[in-house]
Design a protein. Sequence first.
Length: 287
Amino acid sequence: MKGSTSSASTALADPLHVRQLSHAFEMPDGASVSIFEQLDFSVRHGEIVSIVGRSGAGKSTLFNLISGLLTPQSGDIGIGGRADGALGRIAYMLQKDLMMPWRTVLQNALLGVELHRKVRADDIARARDMLSRYGLGAVADAYPHSLSGGMRQRVALTRTLLVDPTVVLLDEPFSALDYETRLALEDDIITLRERSGTSVVLVTHDIEEAIAMSDRVILLGGRPATIQDEIDIVLTTHGPRTAVSAREAPEFRSFHARVWNGLRGHTASANTERSGQQRALAGADHE
C-alpha cells in the first residue's frame, strides 16, 4: 500500500493516528535501510504523548513523516478534524528557534500566519496578547539578538501556536536550555493543553521530561524500529500537575525505571512472543 496522509471524515476522530506505518531509506549503493516497521498509535484530544528511544531510532524521521515533509512508503497518517467540522492542522516546533534576525519578535511570531495567508489586524493583536502571556510583551518590537535562549523558544512556541494547530509536534525543543528555563517551558506546554485542549507530541531524550509532561510515553526500539512499550502516566501530585510537582510524585521513579529499562532492551510485556522478540533485540544496535 502506498503511504498516505489523510484528513478524518468526522470531527470526533483522534487528532492524529498512525496506522501500520513502515518506511525505509535508500543508501547510495542502492541498499534499502528500514527505519520503521508497522508503527500503530493514536493521539487523543488534549493528550500529551512523548516518544522516546535511543539515538538514531528514527524519532525525527517520524515527525517528518507526520508533518508531511516526507511521504511514508506504506501505512497511513490521519489528521482528525476540529469540533466545528473544519480540518485539523499540524504545527512543528524544532529544537532550534530559527528566529530571523532582521525581523522583530512580533514579526517572527507572525511568520507562520504570514506563510499561510495575509496577516490581519486581529492576528497582530492576538500575537501581542500571546507574547504578553509568555512575558514577552515588553520586547515584542525588539530583535532576537537581545533575547535569552528561553525567551527565543517562547517566541518560537508563540509562532507555532498562532496558526491554531490541533496537533503540535515538539522535537527536542528545550534540550539546549538551562534546567530552570526547561521547567518553565514544560509548564507552558502543560498549561497550553489545559487551556486550549491542543494535542501535543514530544520527541525527547530526557526521560524525566517525558514523564513529567506526558499522559503517555511511547518507547521506540529495535531495527527497524517498532513500538516496544506504551506507558500511561498517572501521577499523584499535591495541587495542579506542574513540571516540579510531577517529578515529586511517588510514582515518578517507577515510571522512570520502566522507561530506562525499556531503552536498555528489558521492556516487560504480557505477550510471551513479543517478550521473546524484545530479548532478542536487547543486545542489538538500535536504529
